[in-house]
Design a protein around this ligand. Sequence first.
Ligand code: HPA
Length: 282
Amino acid sequence: MPMKRFEKTESDLYSEVCRAVDSIRKVTDFVPQIAIVLGTGLGDLVQKFKNPVAIDYAGIEHFPVSTVESHVGKLVFGELAGKKIVAMQGRFHFYEGYTMREVAFPIRVMKQLGAEILVVLNAAGGLDLSYRKGEIVIIEDHINLMGDNPLIGTNEDRLGSRFPDMAQPYTARLAGLAEEAAREEKIPVRRGVYLAISGPNLETRAEYRMMRMLGADLVGMSTVPEVIAGVHMDMQILGLSVVTDLCDPDHLHPVDIKDIIKTANEAGPRLDRLLEAVVKKI
Ligand code: HPA
């Protein structure tokens, strides 16, 4: 089926965001400071929230509906380390068939609710072979090889500018706070460049070699559309990856998605501890 990206104008998008906000406002008047997108196998953070309020995506007008089995689809509002948070438990992936605009839609809604800071988590493959399985990497920069972009189409100036700058999509101050928190919590962290591909297949050995040559340290199928929309709306952004497998083209073993989820789950408590410490510093 041909893509329908030009069927809707950007002002339709803006009114859809407003209607989504209206349906959330019927349930809660919570104004979040920080939006967090929880990644594959990384949804447990919300259990630490004080006074949580959860809203199913299905109850929010214009929200896409989650299809991946390992993801629940809920927006969870609550307090963590004294800060007001909204977390996406379950994200939308381009490979599921959503358009890039749909993938980015919840970020626009969370910004409209009040969040100025966006924290994006993911499970990623490690192209830098000095990474270890389960290690946490602070995303310094990204390469968009998804072959699409959530900002294509007419631009709505109420959301952001036509040609947003990408000189520093990931806020240096937040990366610094994450490193500081990691040191205090004695959690080893690394830094790296995240390369996004559409998926859903994993990569060939030749592709891994190419990605490494391009300057990427991590590879995954998410995050970049959300970050682009976040930058478009002038949000401050922190990206964190959990390395779930190493992508060594010379010793490549088939990866099992269950293994990836298991590694992400095992890293979960460490990442949650780091996030709580970072949020406290923000
Ligand atoms: N590619 C390879 N390994 C991975 C990925 C990916 O997109 N995501 C998590 N581990």
